[in-house]
Design a protein around this ligand. Sequence first.
Ligand code: UDP
Length: 318
Amino acid sequence: MKTILIAGGAGFIGSSLSKVLLEQGNKVICVDNLYTGSIDNIKGLMHHENFQFINHDIIEPLDLNIDEIYNLACPASPVHYQKDPLYTIHISYMGTYQLLELAKKKRATFLMASTSEVYGDPHVHPQKEDYWGNVNPIGPRACYDEGKRISETLTINYNLTHKVKTKIVRIFNTYGHNMDKEDGRVVSNFIVQALKGDSITIYGDGSQTRSFCHVNDMVKGLISMMESDDDVTGPINLGNPVEYTIKEIANIILSKTHSQSKIDFLPLPQDDPIKRKPDISKAKLELSWEPTISLDEGLNNTISYFKKILDGKITEGK
Ligand code: UDP
């Protein structure tokens, strides 16, 4: 049995990861300050004898005996990470620093959940790990994009300087259960709007693309990375390489929900990436991982989840 710290364990991906790691027989310590995470996401785990929740901001030091650390603690939706950009920058640097210090002290393996946003508005398509990206360092997305870039830099330098076992993954757009209905990201917005009969808000003309990975596939990818050999340090892209335009996503969700919602075209936010699709050959080769859940199946599950949330049959996320 391993003792695993999940920073951001009450968040969208962290809560699903916590559940799977518990089911595998590990002890899970979930550390979250509930900035965007929610107790509702981990309510079902709270009474598990091997689960512990600590309400803590990782900007402050921690001292726990652990074997592995997953750092998923950061607001990840543009709406949330832009609300307090200085906090986003601070948690990306100082939070990662504190966890790396802990990993060093306890000789734990550290996994950094980075992002496809390190590629910015990419000039290379699909994105491979050796592409360095196109990020506007003073734009509205920079707090997150540059924040995650410095998290990656810190992580690799703890590996090189202090020989900490580190791993970096770059997470592409992910969707599924435990997404906050107020998350502000495209899949949750469109499903909630369609189910409520509200207008679907497409930013720009909807020709921009994204590639969507179901959270259950993502969790498997994260665990495979953590369990990989010590020389597999990444960065490795984790995402589903099937690419859709945002307009296609709107139409798929409208048809699946049998919704009469109309579409509103709103201004495209500044620096919104035009195209995004992961090249996952490295993940296939080094982790033997690739997604198995189609958008069709994943959206069906996610729509039922949000239906239950909206009907009050399960407690909504934060
Ligand atoms: N988007 C949209 N309507 C929404 C939310 C998002 O058209 O209500 C667009 C957004 O402009 C972007 C894409 O959908 O082009 C994905 O946005 P999201 O915030 O989900 O994630 P991002 O990949 O931008 O971090």
